[in-house]
Design a protein around this ligand. Sequence first.
Ligand SMILES: C[S@@+](CC[C@H](N)C(=O)[O-])C[C@H]1O[C@@H](n2cnc3c(N)ncnc32)[C@H](O)[C@@H]1O
Length: 308
Amino acid sequence: MPELSSSSPSHSHGTDPAHGAEHAHAHPHEHAHGVLTLDERHDHEAQTYDEMARTLLAQWRDADYLVSPDQIPFANREHVDFLTDAVQRLGPLAGRRILEVGVGGGSLAVWLALQGAEVVGIDVSSGILAVAERRAQVNGVADRVSLVHSPVESFDSAEHGLAAGGFDAIIGNNVVHHFDRDLALANLGRLLRPGAVAVFCEPVLFLPEWTRRVRNSRLVTRRFPMHTHSPDERSLGAEDFATMRRWFARVEWTPYQVLCRLQNFVELSDPMWHRLESIDRILLRRIPPARRVCRLAVVTLALPTKGA
Ligand SMILES: C[S@@+](CC[C@H](N)C(=O)[O-])C[C@H]1O[C@@H](n2cnc3c(N)ncnc32)[C@H](O)[C@@H]1O
């Protein structure tokens, strides 16, 4: 492991206001439990994943950390289609410098390194980075995976001596909906090499705001609990795509899962999941408005502009 370094997840740095702690405090984020500052969100996120990591580190044996170089490591059946698409969008992997944001337990980072990429993985949780570090060691790619304890909003690769000139690609699986969108996307634009792509797999909800309020209401969540890890995560909506367009010249998205959204409410059996997924593929191909009600999107960003 060349690096397991830390820029404090609670304190930003640099002269650009987008990096500044003051700026972070000026962007409180509303959620069901009130208004959180960016630092509070990072602390909360770190605690959630630190706790998860404590259990994994206590229970896992080396075999549990193994990643096969022959197959993209899917967390579960839901990830197969969209993560395959996302990885293909990165292009050739060997020898490329790839940044994974919200690297979590490191399965994807390690798999990318097994394909020959030089990977930098960042995360706000030091606990989950310890899981990623162990995984890199067990799979023999610790020399090609650098792990940095930092929130994406203030990550500065130069400070860690990493990827001068920008990363050849950036990837994140289920992460942007945890970030402060404006700060994170602005920073990702700075970290990406011009002409390279950043690819994210994210839950999306393009329905009117009142549908979120109904979904989040006690009446509905009592009967159909939310499958979320942190209280302030929020599926990407139209306003987030507008933010992406401020920082990137190319913003494209590919929709996945429509009827599969039922999984948000009830546990679907494998056969039912696969049946619905097949219908969804047809729906999304033949009926363009179905895009507006999809559950997941693979978002591709490129050519950062100077921003508004
Ligand atoms: C849903 S998990 C996904 C982890 C991993 N990408 C995967 O697919 O297994 C979200 C991850 O993003 C990290 N995270 C959340 N907010 C972050 C931020 N602002 N900066 C960096 N990492 C963050 C969390 O600590 C967590 O590891």
